[in-house]
Design a protein around this ligand. Structure first.
Ligand code: TRP
Ligand code: ZN
Length: 863
């Protein structure tokens, strides 16, 4: 066990930095194993006199330090493992430091590192301190200028802002200089140096300024940047129209890199992307990839206002930029692809990731009050629940007042590092409402439960609704306050006619009643339409009510939700040993009707046909028995495949397109429905279905269809699986992004031998644990998306994951820590399983030199 207990950082301890860094001049002399960084900071004291200057700095070899050109002697400063401290300084001075770093040895992928022979950076949240000494905190904004020198075989030398000079140097070296006119915190600094292909375009902003757009990719990959470039232009237009936000520099650049811990990063004027979220063409990317690329390109671009122009005072305010920016990208996607389908997908992701987090040992408020490693707080709660909060704010205030609040925020806080309080104050002011109770959404962890009981008085033609809320305790928060919860409710007749349009009821107490007059007949309640709040809803609806909603709710979210709830209850009943065969037949029949509804889009039908996922089901059954849930889900899928066989085969044929590939939402929806049919038919692999699936796979001309054929064949197992996997590998061995899919499909294989196969795959020459995409494709996919096999009763799945965490923690703590969560869920599983999971957490905790990242999550998971 380790002896030094790391100290948490607390929101309550926030103090402004006592100096301003007016300008920052950085000079990089790039060499793979010995890069020199010279930093010149123009410093001015802003706090009380006498305070020492304390800069962050880690893993730096200090070569020299000088004030106003005078080298400091050893007794004038102190450099320890984390700081450079200068006890006495003038009130205004220039500090010059020179350090040496080793980018090639940096496998943590934060700070300056190398990916595929090129230099790149990732500074958020605290990576800049591994590049040079600096106050590495978001509230210190400085004007940066950068000079980069490198070998000629790295032709592109990029940094933030505008290029101001470039030229050649002795010894086949060259240089470039960049100036960023906008003051920014260090986490937005970026540098890239390498051999890259460029795709260029331009965009004319709403005030008529011309902006050059450039996307840099691996040589030979330029054609695969077209979709990202198109997404970028659409996002720029959308932000002008929806939020009045215009781009501010003359140049906007994106670079794709293969080794990246996260999805992408919003560095000012120089976004850096995981190549999996940038490169796409029909042959190698699925529709889901196109969809994510569109969303993430928009997300990072939107950060230019929500994150960069207005940034966070401290990392406790992370949701200020992330929650708001996710809300903005979800709104963009809804406009690009259709609001209902987008909302269903967003809610599915919210429940799978955020509700799971909120129900476990890592539950935390959207604005936490302490942390050990901020890297661990880039969570579904900060991002997704953070976005839901903004969405509720818009629902409660109305679109107009919401937009006025946004406008006020942008004008009042431009150029600042600010807080969630200041943000909410803008909406309170613009709408003239008291939002103090609303603020509790930021401070209280846990998913609220809402129940609605309805009582219809036939004589008075009046409906009385009783709404109640409660939130279960979460770590550190034993008792909870009531929250203001917007509940959108409409009424239907039993024939499926609308009886009353949607009304938003604001449930802001533990309990309240609403009485609606003039309700002509016993209604069917359609509550929480559009998922108007991130809560778990329970009503007194009977299955027959749900069939009314499933067949006819004009709110498509609730139509889908009704089907999912019916399916869930059938699966849980069967997993619990009491299958409802009549109910299953009825469900299959109603599903069949929904699938022939000409008014519904294929994309929506594909969602109707997808049963609740196994990870979602493990969240709904306590304690969860993943194998039983898997078997019960398969049984329902088989019943649907048998009952609707003819219809599914017909739709599978009809949805096939002879036309050239289009990535648009309409064409993607048809492919999604066709693949959902294939997935269901795989549950009933008789000869006719099997040859249909093999035909699907063999005839596929794009990656969506190919994966849509491959996965069912893998599920079928036997020879069909081996043939398909080996032909796929042969076809794609040289395409890293496609090979990631080959690994992840095998990790999702439901067959009983999958654990041995996954363990064997870690010895495959193409398995590279230093590449986060490859690592996650295999390890994280098994642990998160294949519960039936990960939770093997022997505990071998847990042991495998713990071994991987320990191995990866030695070089990439941030990525290792993100593998801990599946084990942290041990309380939710059958006691035999939970004990084995706990045992592996304890084994990790006992390891002598764990990173702070893994230590924090493992410790929290155990207590
Ligand atoms: N700010 C990034 C985003 O848009 C998140 C991010 C990218 C990040 N890389 C990171 C966070 C590395 C922490 C560490 O969501
Ligand atoms: Zn973000």
């Amino acid at each position: 066990m380790r002896t030094d207990t790391p100290q948490p950082i607390r929101l309550a301890d926030y103090r402004p930095f006592p100096f301003a860094i007016e300008t920052t001049r950085l000079e990089f002399d790039l060499h793979p194993s010995a890069t020199r960084v010279r930093a010149e900071l123009a410093v001015r004291r802003t706090g009380a006199g006498g305070e020492p200057l304390v800069l962050n700095g880690e893993r730096l070899k200090l070569l020299s330090v000088a004030i106003d050109g005078q080298p400091l002697s050893a007794n004038q400063y102190l450099a320890d493992a984390e700081h450079l401290t200068i006890p006495e300084t003038p009130d205004q001075f220039v500090l010059t430091t020179e350090v040496e770093i080793d980018p090639q040895a940096n496998k943590a992928l934060t700070g300056l590192y190398m990916s595929g022979g090129r230099f790149c950076t990732q500074c958020e949240a605290e990576g800049f301190r591994t590049i040079t000494y600096f106050p590495d905190r978001p509230d210190v904004l400085s004007r940066f200028s950068v000079r980069i020198e490198a070998d000629g075989h790295l032709p592109h030398l990029l940094s933030n802002g505008n290029p101001v000079a470039q030229g050649s140097l002795e010894g086949a070296r060259h240089f470039a200089e960049w100036v960023d006119p906008f003051p920014k915190p260090s986490y937005l600094f970026a540098l890239v140096a390498g051999d890259l292909d460029v795709v260029s375009d331009h965009f004319v902003t709403m005030s008529g300024r011309q902006v050059t757009l450039k996307i840099f990719v691996d040589p030979g990959q330029a054609a695969r940047a077209a979709y990202a470039l198109d997404s970028l232009k659409r996002a720029m237009t959308w932000d002008e129209e929806a939020f009045g936000r215009e781009y501010d520099l003359d140049l906007f650049m994106i670079v794709a890199v293969r080794d990246f811990n996260f999805g992408a990063m919003e560095n000012k004027g120089l976004n850096i992307f995981n190549s999996s979220l940038l490169l796409a063409d029909a042959k190698t990317a699925t529709d889901a990839d196109f969809e994510r690329i569109e969303a993430v390109v928009a997300h990072e671009y939107f950060h230019n206002w929500t994150g960069n122009r207005i940034t966070c005072r401290d990392w406790f305010q992370l949701c200020l930029k992330e929650g708001f920016t996710v809300f903005r990208d979800q709104s963009f996607s809804a406009d690009m692809r259709g609001a209902a389908v987008q909302r269903i997908k967003d809610v599915r992701a919210l429940r799978a990731r955020q509700f799971a987090e909120d129900a476990g040992p890592l539950a935390h408020p959207v604005r936490p009050s302490s942390y050990l490693k901020i890297d661990n707080f880039y969570t579904a709660t900060i991002y997704e629940k953070g976005s839901e909060i903004i969405r509720m704010l818009k629902t409660i205030l109305g679109a107009k007042a919401f937009r006025q609040g946004c406008d006020l925020y942008f004008s009042r806080h431009d150029g600042e590092a600010t807080t969630v309080e200041a943000f909410i104050a803008c909406f309170a002011e613009a709408s003239a409402r008291d939002l103090s109770q609303f603020f509790a959404w930021y401070e209280q962890a846990g998913t609220p439960s809402v129940t609605i009981a309805s009582d219809y008085d036939a004589e008075a033609k009046a409906l009385t609704l009783t709404l109640r809320q409660s939130t279960a305790p979460t770590p550190g928060q034993p008792s909870k306050r009531p929250l203001p919860i917007p509940v959108a409710i409409g009424l239907l007749s039993h024939e499926g006619q609308s009886l009353r349009d949607t009304e938003v009821v604001l449930l802001d107490r533990e309990e309240m009643t609403v009485r609606w007059e003039g309700v002509a007949e016993t209604p069917v309640l359609s509550a929480l339409r559009g998922f108007s709040a991130p809560v778990n809803l329970t009503t007194d609806a009977r299955p027959s009510d749900r069939y009314v909603l499933f067949g006819a709710d004009p709110d498509l979210f609730n139509r889908w939700e009704a089907g999912q709830t019916l399916a869930r209850d059938l699966i849980l009943a069967r997993a619990g040993g009491s299958p409802d065969e009549v109910g299953e037949e009825r469900y299959a029949q109603a599903l069949g009707q929904a699938l022939v509804d000409d008014a519904a889009e294929p994309a929506f039908k594909a969602l109707l046909l997808s049963l609740p996922s196994e990870p979602d089901l493990t969240l709904m059954a306590e304690p969860a028995d993943p194998l039983a849930l898997h078997a019960a889900r398969d049984a329902l899928r088989l019943r649907i495949a048998v009952h609707l066989g003819d219809l599914l085969r017909r739709l599978h044929g009809e949805m096939q397109s002879g036309e050239a590939f289009s990535a648009d939402a309409e064409a993607a929806g048809r492919r999604a429905l066709r693949n959902a049919c294939a997935d269901t038919l795989a549950a009933d692999p008789h000869d006719e279905n099997l040859s249909r699936l093999e035909g699907h796979y063999k005839a596929s001309r794009n990656m969506t269809d190919m994966i849509g054929g491959l996965y069912p064949l893998v599920c079928v197992g036997g020879e069909a699986r081996e043939r398909a996997l080996s032909s796929f590998y042969t076809a794609w061995a040289t395409e890293p992004l496609v090979l990631d899919k080959w690994f992840s499909i095998q990790a999702r294989d439901p067959n009983p031998d999958v654990l041995d196969r996954v363990i064997a795959l870690t010895a495959h020459p193409a398995f590279e644990p230093t590449n986060p995409n490859r690592l996650r494709a295999l390890v994280s996919t098994l642990a998160n998306f294949n519960p039936a096999r990960f939770h093997d009763p022997s505990g071998a799945g847990y042991r495998f994951l713990a071994d991987q965490i320990l191995a990866v923690d030695r070089f990439n703590p941030m990525t290792a820590a993100r593998l801990v969560e599946p084990l942290g869920a041990w309380r939710r599983f059958k006691p035999e399983l939970g004990a084995l999971m706990r045992q592996e957490l304890e084994r990790i905790a006992a390891h002598p030199d764990l990173s702070k990242n893994v230590l924090e999550l493992v410790t929290k998971s155990l207590t």
